[in-house]
Write a protein that binds this ligand. Sequence first.
Ligand code: VGL
Ligand code: ZN
Length: 201
Amino acid sequence: MKNRALILVDLQNDFMPGGSLAVADGDSTVAVANGLMANYDLVVATQDWHPSNHGSFAANHPGLNPGEVIELGGLTQVLWPVHCVQGTPGASFHSGLDVGGIHAVVRKGEDPGVDSYSGFFDNGGERSTGLSALLRERGITAVDVMGLATDYCVRFTALDAKREGFQVRLLRSGCRGVELSPGDIDAALAEMSAAGVVLVD
Ligand code: VGL
Ligand code: ZN
C-alpha cells in the first residue's frame, strides 16, 4: 500500500508476558505484525526508551507504588514499574518480531521529566519525535496502528495520528491492553472511534 504506513507500537519485551509491565497475551500481537509488514511500503516501529531515572517509574518516587497517580511536569502521571530502560533486554523488540521488515524506529520517553505514550509527541504535546514529518516525507496520508498497549501507547498514537491529519485505522487483532481498571480497553476503543479512528477487526 503506497500511501498507507503501518505503525507498530512498543512491541518490546517488557510489555510481553514475563516482562516488567506485562500486557496479557501481548505476545500474540507479534505474529499479527509479522504477517502484515509485507503489505506496506513503510513500516514504522515505536520504542519506549526510558532513562533509568524516568519520572514515570514508581521506584523513583520513594513510598509510592505502581498504579498510583502523581503530577509530573504539570501533567497527571500513572506510576509504572521500571520498564524499557534504554539498552536493556526489556527495551528490545520481541525476539520473534521480524525487525528486517521495519523501515524506521521512533524512540520516545527519553526525557525523565515527561512521559510519552504517543509515537508523535510527548504527553504535554510539546516535543515532537519527528514521526509526522517522516510520514509526510514519504507521501503517507493514512496509517494503520497496532501494538501495545491499547489503552496507553496505542491509544495516544492513534489519536495523535488523527490530529495530525492522517486517516487512521486501528487493527484490533494486533492490539492488547493493560486494563489497569476494568473497562479501560473498551473506553480507549470508544474514545478512538469517537475521534474518527476506524476500528478494523
Ligand atoms: C506504555 C505504559 C508506560 C505503552 C508505555 O507502551 O502502552 N504504557 N509506558
Ligand atoms: Zn513507558
